[in-house]
Design a protein around this ligand. Structure first.
Ligand code: ADP
Ligand code: MG
Length: 588
């Protein structure tokens, strides 16, 4: 939970600044430019820093906002206040169209894609007759409130900075919510997020549109501040500068966007005014020095200047208060099907490797089934087939009677299947509580707008209470507010179990949950798993510790090189010659 008073203090300081008697008007112009850039950078923080989607095209969205109001207010005489929603809608729609094409790109292709449309739009703005080609549009009317025409920098200053502060608060709210957890999982944990029902494609599109709307707002303000638009400020050069701003300020932090704008714009200004005095007016030295200073800044504060500053400033994030009495509605009590999970000839081929070779087995209600086998036997791949991280090559898998073919990981979660991962997939820079709350994603309702306006608090309190309950249940109460990345690997596995329990699952898939645990911890885990089974849950478990498995499992399925070689009770498996050979062979 973020504190509000630093924001209020900041707003008061910004409100008082223009009232200082000696402040040069030129400073106000600079601060206006800082505010305009901060809005775009804030969008980039969400898109690039948090969401992991690098965009070299944000300035183009400023262009959509600026040109929308420029055209409507000059050619059609529409009041600027009426063009505001239209400017935001046009930027947002442009983002939908471009986003649908680009967001599915991955790796280097995404930034390249944004670069391509950024270049394209720049030339388009410069060629279209109705936006004035390269000459642009001038004589844009100023903003007006009653008879107050905001002709000078000092008056539109207030509009710009109210916009910056309101957007920063709304964006902070968004990130600190159910939707926000989904967004924060995009960069480092999208597979996990999908396993808990987050629609990651939609979340990516959402941040894409959100960032574009912020840029559109900045463009709209820009048009009424300068009262003229040309294509130049909306080109690739400007887009790269916005990226710089976000990175220098701290790409993961909303206020980093504001701080980055202050640093970069002031730095440029200082260099432009003072370098020529020192070195004469020859050449464009300031660009070189500007580049060098940015490189130095990024080296000195690799995460950006904001986290460094926030460490020095006296306000800290407070852990949220949990109301333990709150309850989420559980799964409606319906008759459980006789078989929860059924694999019939499930097969997965990776090129020449047959990772899972026509495997069949089932899991019934209130049963702990262990899936064992030497390394590379196909156990994790089987989990990935069940949870739709991977497509089966052949065979049939049903969960609660539903054939999983053609479904998504999100739908599998809805059916009541929750899982952990052999290679832990927590979001390291989120707290244990936030990570676990991601597991309850499907049990919450609040959407984007409600989160931004803080109308989600009742819903959110229930999700957090449920997360806290599951954390206590697995014995990590003391770690609840720590960052997940700071825990030992064994503890991180246990956090994954708590996250899976938040689904209120019928079937729990655990991939090597006891790896890295000490003897006592393994015993506690075994006790917990027995309690869960006795409470009605089924568990499919991959584990290498034979003592642990033999003690716990009702039934064991053994895989070797993708093929099921045995199935039976622990005692039967212990005595099975094929199993002994597979294990001794693997050991030898
Ligand atoms: P286990 O979990 O039983 O140790 P896995 O299911 O991880 O085994 O792997 C089974 C086999 O499939 C191994 O030979 C592994 O190298 C191969 N494999 C797993 N995932 C992939 C993949 N994405 N691409 C190619 N081969 C894979
Ligand atoms: Mg594995």
């Amino acid at each position: 939970m973020t504190q509000r008073w630093p924001v209020i203090l900041f707003a008061l300081v910004m409100a008082a600044l223009p009232l200082l008697p000696e402040i040069p008007p030129f400073w106000i112009v600079l601060l206006n430019n800082v505010g305009l850039a901060a809005l775009v950078a804030m969008g980039l923080v969400l898109l690039t820093g948090v969401g992991g989607l690098t965009s070299f095209g944000q300035a183009a969205f400023c262009g959509f906002g600026a040109y929308t109001t420029a055209v409507l207010s000059t050619a059609y005489g529409v009041s600027p206040w009426l063009t505001l929603p239209l400017a935001l809608i046009v930027s947002g729609l442009a983002a939908v169209v471009l986003g649908l094409i680009t967001v599915r790109l991955s790796g280097h292709y995404l930034p390249l894609g944004t670069l391509a449309w950024s270049l394209g739009l720049y030339y388009l703005f410069g060629k279209l007759e109705f936006v004035g080609r390269n000459d642009g549009i001038s004589a844009i009317p100023p903003l007006e409130i009653g008879s107050w025409r905001m002709l000078d920098a000092g008056s539109i200053y207030y509009v710009i900075w109210i916009a910056v502060i309101v957007c920063a608060v709304l964006t902070t709210n968004l990130l600190d919510s159910r939707t926000g957890r989904g967004i924060r999982a995009l960069r480092r944990g999208h597979i996990a997020a999908e396993a808990f029902g987050v629609n990651t494609v939609r979340a990516k599109l959402l941040v894409f549109i959100y960032a574009a709307v912020l840029a559109g707002l900045s463009g709209w303000l820009y048009a009424h501040f300068l009262r003229a638009v040309t294509p130049t400020p909306f080109g690739v050069h400007a887009s790269i500068e916005y990226l710089f701003i976000a990175v220098v300020g701290g790409a993961g932090y909303i206020w980093g966007g504001v701080l980055g704008a202050v640093i970069v714009i002031l730095l440029k200004e200082i260099l432009q005014s003072y370098l020529p005095m020192i070195f004469g007016t020859q050449g464009q030295l300031e660009l070189i020095v500007f580049g060098l200073v940015l490189v130095a800044l990024v080296h000195l504060a690799p995460g950006g200047v904001w986290p460094w500053l926030a460490g020095v400033l006296p306000f800290k994030r407070r852990p949220p208060r949990i109301d333990a009495s709150l309850q989420l509605a559980g799964r409606p009590a319906t008759e459980l099907p006789p078989v929860l999970l059924q694999l019939e000839g499930a097969r997965k081929q990776f090129g020449g490797v047959i990772a899972v070779n026509d495997v069949s087995f089932s899991v019934k209600p209130k049963e702990i089934v262990a899936l064992i086998g030497p390394n590379g036997a196909g156990k994790s791949t089987t989990f990935n087939l069940i949870t739709r991280v991977l497509d089966s090559s052949a065979g049939r898998i049903t969960v609660c009677g539903t054939d999983v073919a053609g479904t998504t990981p999100q739908q599998i979660a809805r059916l009541g299947v929750a899982r952990t991962f052999q290679h832990v997939k927590l979001i390291p820079d989120m707290t244990v509580l936030e990570n676990v709350a991601l597991g309850a994603h499907l049990r919450g309702r609040s959407g984007t707008i409600a989160s931004m306006l803080r109308l989600d608090r009742a819903d959110e309190a229930k999700l957090l209470a449920e997360a806290a309950r599951q954390i206590a249940r697995v014995g990590l109460k003391d770690q609840i507010d720590q960052l997940a990345g700071s825990l030992s690997l064994g503890q991180q596995r246990i956090v994954e179990i708590a996250r899976a329990l938040c689904v209120d699952p019928l079937l729990l898939l655990l991939d090597e949950p006891a790896a890295g645990l000490r003897h006592m911890e393994k015993q506690q885990l075994a006790t917990l798993l027995r309690q869960l089974r006795d409470g009605g849950m089924s568990i499919l478990l991959v584990e290498h510790d034979m003592g642990f498995v033999m003690d716990l499992a009702d039934r064991i399925v053994v895989l070797d090189f993708g093929t099921k070689i045995a199935e039976g009770t622990p005692d039967a498996i212990k005595a099975n010659p094929d199993v002994i050979r597979a294990y001794l062979g693997a050991a030898a």
